[in-house]
Write a protein that binds this ligand. Structure first.
Ligand SMILES: [Zn+2]
Length: 164
């Protein structure tokens, strides 16, 4: 099943049996949208949330990946029936611009994205990182389902008014 927005995905996929672990970035612009979607579309549905700078990219740092895995294991130990991990990346992510400063291994992402990256290139780079991350996570959680989204900015863009 494919969805054209994160909200449609939440309504169509996350109401299935079992709980979800959402992995989001630390960026302040996105938690509100995620919490709003979950509360509005799936009121009363329990889920867990974990936050790492860069979401998918942060999860590729070996030490941070260990912490993520330990938290999924902790949730499972606490009888949270986690059956899927939903990775919520976002556009214009500072971590994706500065992988070296975040100690992300070079083989995951060699060069940071420029501020003015083409949207198609940005999406391709997030998918490239996921292509390396998901096999690592599948090894730790073979039964888990994985989903990922690249959320758009929720800021308004001022449009240029033509001059005479
Ligand atoms: Zn970010």
């Amino acid at each position: 099943m494919s969805y054209d927005s994160f909200e449609a995905f939440v309504a169509g996929e996350l109401d299935k049996p079992g709980m979800s672990m959402l992995l989001t970035c630390i960026d302040y612009r996105y938690p509100r949208r995620v919490l709003d979607a979950m509360a509005r579309l799936l009121p009363g549905t329990a889920y867990d949330q974990f936050i790492l700078a860069g979401a998918s990219l942060g999860a590729c740092r070996p030490d941070w990946q260990d912490v993520l895995v330990q938290h999924v294991e902790a949730a499972l130990f606490l009888q949270h029936d986690i059956r899927r991990i939903v990775i919520l990346d976002h556009r214009d992510c500072g971590a994706y611009r500065h992988p070296r400063e975040l100690n992300v291994p070079r083989e995951i992402l060699e060069h940071g994205l420029p501020k003015d990256v083409l949207p198609s290139r940005e999406k391709a780079v997030h998918e490239s990182v996921l292509s390396k991350l998901i096999p690592m996570l599948r090894k730790r959680f073979p039964q888990m389902e994985f989903y990922a989204w690249l959320l758009a900015r929720d800021e308004d863009d001022p449009l240029q008014i033509p001059r005479d």
